[in-house]
Design a protein around this ligand. Structure first.
Ligand code: GAL
Length: 478
């Protein structure tokens, strides 16, 4: 007789996790009935197949009426390079997965167990080739240089060519970005504010245009409006967010004038790190879209999100004065407008929300909330409608919440982690479902029992102090 050893709790948990991973976000197109109507910052975005959009440290370029969004693909288990994704969109709201633009190489510097970050793509005006630049490194960040890859098709696959050379030597820097000037000249930006001019074919460097401006200044992001160049960067705090700051100049070679922060102090750039500014020039207006990453280590695939906000200008000062949960951008006219989310709200203490396990009610800065960090705590809510969202108060001792959205038959449509952590407390929408077919659905939010927390290469610890989840209210659209 064969004897089957009973599964241990640990094996069971692992099996469950694998199953949960496999059924992660299976929204069929029948259920996903409508399109996204705005840019919603700080929430997981879903592609038409229901998969979470993974495209960080990104840039966007426009080609033949389509915007192409290139960024780091992530997993929830490690930071090693798993390829750079490419998505496309007409409206900057609804993103279709094109393909992995640059896959993991079979070996070499972007082979298995390496790091690849901050891909930036530019089209060479002469050759019409697309050139992608990136930060190449080891998982411990000990072998950094700027690499490049080329493709005739915008979506790739790009061919990795190795290090970008200046006087035959690689640029041994980590955070990088690119800038294409109005005259078609291409530039490489590296942390500290260094700018190098690219050769005519964009495949090597011909000159150092600007020397280091300051120490730090990671995630260098440069754009131009009129005859002013704006240079944004972050402090060095690993994946933790900080108050990003900027410089302006009338020339890429400086002098660069220090202009202060781009968002109100201590808001940590609305809890994000700059990566790119996209210019949307329309028939009526030109909008400059700030693209930031809200990193969420270690669950960067599920829980890292995007903070995209329109930049406000006052003379040659820039700012992100107010956080917009949602806003619209008309890609034809270039006009940006704040969008009010006028959903029905269900308060945290509503009888319609069923709480299970240990929860505590409290008030945080006048906002009533229900909180828990206990492993078995969850709450669920059944509703009839087309869309549901969750509002929290992000806090330094919040962790990950697991969000499960199921239809009436119990089919799981969304199964995702959302990050409720932030160093600076704020009332935030952290989840919004895609627009669904009108029907009855059940949303379950539970304590994941994990939190974003990590050590950087200097062994400094960052992240949340506890695993709490915090419910402020649900919003629904019938
Ligand atoms: C950030 C950088 C990211 C990533 C991270 C690793 O400062 O901007 O691209 O490298 O550090 O800790």
């Amino acid at each position: 007789m064969t004897y089957h050893k009973p599964l241990s709790i640990k094996t069971l948990n692992t099996t469950l996790l694998v199953i949960i991973f496999l059924i992660n976000c299976q929204i069929s197109s029948a259920q996903q009935a409508g399109k996204t109507d705005a840019i919603y910052s700080g929430l997981p975005w879903y592609d038409p197949n229901g998969a979470v959009i993974s495209s960080h440290g990104a840039n966007i370029i426009k080609e033949k009426n389509l915007f192409y969004f290139f960024g780091e693909a992530h997993t929830d288990t490690s930071n090693t390079f798993v390829g750079f994704n490419c998505y496309s969109s007409k409206d900057l709201y609804n993103w279709k997965f094109e393909q992995i633009a640059l896959p993991v190489q079979s070996g070499g510097k972007l082979g298995p167990n390496r790091v690849g970050e901050r891909p930036k793509v530019m089209k060479n005006p002469k050759s019409r080739e697309f050139i992608m630049y990136m930060h190449v490194d080891t998982p411990g960040y000990k072998d950094q240089f700027v690499g490049y890859a080329v493709s005739k098709n915008i979506t790739g696959p790009y061919q990795f060519k190795g290090a970008l050379l200046f006087k035959e030597k690689p640029i041994k820097k980590w955070d990088m970005g690119t800038f294409q000037d109005d005259d078609g000249k291409g530039y490489l930006l590296t942390h500290g504010g260094v700018i190098h001019q690219l050769s005519d074919d964009y495949k090597s460097i011909v000159a150092e245009t600007n020397k280091q401006i300051t120490s730090g200044f990671e995630s260098p992001t440069l754009f131009r409006k009129g005859n002013v160049y704006y240079f944004i960067g972050s402090h060095l705090t690993s994946w933790e967010k900080n108050d990003n700051y900027y410089y302006t100049s009338k020339s890429l070679s400086g002098p660069w004038i220090s202009r202060g922060l781009i968002a109100p102090k201590d808001q940590l750039t609305w809890n994000s790190q700059t990566t790119f500014v996209l210019k949307i020039a329309g028939s009526k207006d030109t909008t400059y879209l700030f693209m930031g990453d809200r990193w969420s280590y270690p669950r960067q695939r599920s829980a890292a999100t995007y903070v995209w906000q329109p930049i406000k200008f006052n003379g040659d000062s820039i700012s992100l004065p107010k956080y917009l949960d949602a806003w619209t951008i008309d890609t034809k006219t270039g006009v940006a407008n704040e969008k009010t989310i006028d959903f029905q709200t269900i308060a945290n203490d509503s009888k319609q929300i069923q709480y299970q396990g240990n929860w505590e009610k409290s008030v945080i800065e006048t906002i009533p909330v229900t909180r828990s960090s206990s492993d078995r705590a969850s709450c669920s809510f059944t509703f009839k409608g087309i869309q549901i969202g969750l509002q929290t108060v992000v806090l330094p001792d919040n962790g990950y919440a697991r969000i499960i959205l199921a239809d009436q038959k119990g089919t799981v449509l969304i199964n995702n982690l959302v990050d409720m952590y932030a160093k600076t407390p704020a009332s935030r929408l952290v989840f919004l479902s895609p627009v669904l077919r009108k029907a009855e659905y059940k949303l379950t939010v539970s304590v994941a029992g994990e939190r974003p927390n990590w050590f950087d290469k200097k062994k400094i610890n960052y992240g949340s102090t506890a695993n709490n989840i915090t419910i402020s209210k649900l919003i629904i659209k019938e």
